[in-house]
Design a binder for this molecule. Structure first.
Ligand SMILES: [Zn+2]
Ligand SMILES: [Zn+2]
Length: 136
């Protein structure tokens, strides 16, 4: 997505597209690496004058609140952020720390105990060892 598109996208979701927000969103959209706030800060601190960790956290919270980004609880000790808000699951490799996307259909969940329940915040994550690490 071009920066101008990101500006429009943020604006459409009620987020004032100031430079820092556009840069952080651009990072999330282009890298698709499910970063932590710390990773985003370290990547962008040299690129954005006066960027603080607080700004990164506040921006991410705003993005989550306005639902342009999902916060992922893949592990209890860290939040990861994903600009792909379509329905998909995550696989985190315990060896290399990489987070992989996978697709699934939530209609596959057929449990009579949840009959007539409405599923809203839906996260599906798996921990394990990825195929690359598994070969070594
Ligand atoms: Zn791995
Ligand atoms: Zn994802």
């Amino acid at each position: 997505m071009k920066e101008i598109k990101i500006k429009d996208y943020l604006f459409e979701h009620g987020i004032r597209p100031v430079n820092k927000r556009v840069k952080i969103m651009n990072y999330l959209v282009s890298k698709r690496n499910h970063p932590t706030a710390e990773m985003i800060y370290l990547e962008l601190v040299n690129e954005i004058a006066g960027l603080s960790k607080t700004t990164v956290y506040n921006t991410l919270n705003l993005f989550v609140q306005e639902e342009v980004v999902h916060a992922l609880n893949i592990e209890s000790n860290e939040l990861r952020y994903d600009a792909d808000i379509s329905q998909h699951g995550h696989f985190k490799c315990k060896e290399c720390g990489e987070v992989y996307d996978f697709s699934f259909n939530k209609d596959l969940i057929q449990d009579l105990r949840l009959k007539n329940f409405v599923l809203k915040d839906f996260q599906f994550s798996i921990n394990g060892i990825c195929s690359i690490c598994h070969q070594h």
